[in-house]
Structure formats: structure tokens, C-alpha cells
Design a protein around this ligand. Sequence first.
Ligand SMILES: [Zn+2]
Length: 413
Amino acid sequence: MSGSLQPSGRRIWDRCEALARCSEDPGALTRVFLSQEQRAANELVQAWMREAGMSAGLDAIGNVVGRYEGSGVGAPCLMLGSHLDTVRNAGKYDGMLGVVAAIDCVHVLHERNARLPFAIEVVGFADEEGVRFGATLLGSRAIAGTFDPKLLDSRDGAGMSMRDALTAFGLDPDNVAQAARRRSDVLAYAEIHIEQGPVLEAEGLPVGVVTAINGATRLAVEIEGLAGHAGTVPMPLRRDALAAAAECVLAIESRCAGEPNLVGTVGRIEAAPGATNVIPGQARFTIDVRAPRDDQRRQAVTDIEAAIAAICTRRNVKVGIRRTHEGMTATCAPWLQDQIGRAIEAEGLPARRLPSGAGHDGMAIVDLVDIGMLFVRCEGGVSHNPLEAITIEDAELSARVLLRFIEHFQPAA
Ligand SMILES: [Zn+2]
């Protein structure tokens, strides 16, 4: 009988709505690290955790941490969660769904009076998006023990340092290192998150198993040609920097379209001097390349750099390429992928595996412990946008899958 109690899609839904009301802007959802709105969200989440039979509190960087003891008090935990901060004008599910769905699973275990051989901890990370201080994954890095204390001196848009913001929030900036967890206390980390992309929806699947959080390389390219009169310089004699950049953009697109799971984007381009009647003497653009395997990404970047060099040599323009960001892939542990996959199959669904093109807290937690992720489809793949949408049915199903995963969880040998 007790096994018939299941997570509630309606409760998860209502709680996402309640969290969405904790916003600095009544017309749009914005909730940043160490804000009053975050304090309000933390209060709600801690109350739900206690209602679900957990002890709850804030750690040294302001992450909400709830703990449901296993059959023996003080046992190592299976860590679940996601982030409670948002981007500006955000959707209601990016982050929050993973926190409230995990709490719902524990709620059901508590109702069933069930204790597992391990503890469960649910974490609502205080900062993943990095909106306030420009540095991302602050909450999860603190837990992984990789928080860089130099960041305490970084300042927000109003000039307030992170150190002062922590103090104003009632935390001690000199204690952030205490948020770090010991490897021996955490068995694994698992997270539910909306896909933020269109793949699951296109295939008619509500959930999928994440294989890896893609690494990313970002480049800044500057091409130097020769500005000239748009009327007098014949086409063969031109050294048009923007035309060269345009050819580079298409070369990047074609290289990245050539293999599965590799993506490349030129998101910004500028030409100078920028006049209708002047041949562009200078062009600058950015490149963002992502892939689920580091070797795949590195090879693509090498090929792209060679293609740009060849195009610019042929067009007799100078080129400089600067690497502005390099983030390694965080692979989801195969043993966790398998266990999440089996939980999906037990619901009668195929365990579709897909990489994550977006960053997540697991990128930091992987330095502490093996990570696994379950994706939930979202409407049109739209995210970081108030139009972000899921269904109650999918929310409930994802929580059922997570609960099944928890119940059958076998730590790595
Ligand atoms: Zn997120």
C-alpha cells in the first residue's frame, strides 16, 4: 500500500509558481544571488523540506541544504538538487524544477515511512547563473571545494562586493570554505533539469538521460583588411575584412554541421569603419564551439582555426585569433546514466541519451563526486525566457523517474 504514494505533479507545479513570485520585478522573474528575493525563496524551500521530513538550513555560501537521514544516522548521502537563482526575466523551471521535484521525492519517502541505506540531501544552489557577480556556479563550487576566494572582492553592478553582500545576508565571507563537502560523505549527485533545447519534444519524449555537459571553447577573431572607397576600388583589388569574416562564418557552420552533437555559433560580428560607402577595413567576431567530448571539440577548434587562416591568406587580410574561454566537458558517469536509464524504462519509456549544450551545477560538482542528470522536455526548447513552459504531467513523470532511481540507487562499487 505504502508504495502507491507517488510524487505530485500538482504540488511541484504550485511550488514552481510560488518560487516564481519571489522576484525583484513583479512583472518578470529575476532572482539573483544573496538578494531579498532569494531569502524569501530560501524560506519557502526550507519549509517544504521540513514538511518532507528533512532537516534544513543554509550552508556557508547560502545554499539551502535539506537532509533526510537513512536507516543509520550520519550515513553518506545521495545528493540531489539544482539552482534557485535565475537569469533576468527568467522562466519558472530552469533550476527550480530540480529542487522542488527532489523535495517531492523525499516527501513521498517520508509519507511511506521509508528509510534507505543512505541519506538523501537536497541542495538549492544559491548561484548558478552568475548574474550578480559575473562568475557562475558559485554555490556548487563552494560545495565542491573549488570556490575561488579572490571572487569575494568582485563587485556587482551597484558596486557592492561579494564579501559585503555575504555579510549583509547574514553569512561570514571568511567561512565560505566551510561549505565544502568531503568526498566520503557524498555517494553521487543527480539533478532534474529542463532540457532548454528542442530534442526531446521533437522526438515526442518527456524525459532523457544526459550523457555529458558539453565543454565549450570561445574565440575572439579580428580581421584586418584595407578600408577603401566603395565606388573606386575594383573587386579583385579589395581586401574586404567583412567579406572575409562572412566566409569564415560559413566555414564554421559547415564544419560544425558535419558531425553529430557538435555545435558552433558566431553570435556577434562588427565591421569598421561601418559606413555604407566604405569597404570594411576591420571585422571582429566571436566563436562559441561546444561538444560532449573534449577531443571532438578540440579537433573542431583546430580545424576552424586552420580554415580561418586559409581564408584570410587567400584574401590577403591579416587575422588574429584569441581564446577567451575554455571549459572542459563534465561527463555524466556511465553507471549513473545506466541507473537513470533503467528508471525511465521502468516507466515504459525509452532511455533516450543526449548531451547538454547548456551549463549546469554538475560542471562544478563533478570535481567532488560522479554526476548524473535527467532532462525534462520543455515547450519549443525555449529557456532563459518567460515563455519557458513544461506540463504538470511531465513534471510528475520526471519526479516518478527520480524517485524510482533513488529507491534502486546502488552506489558505485
Ligand atoms: Zn539551470
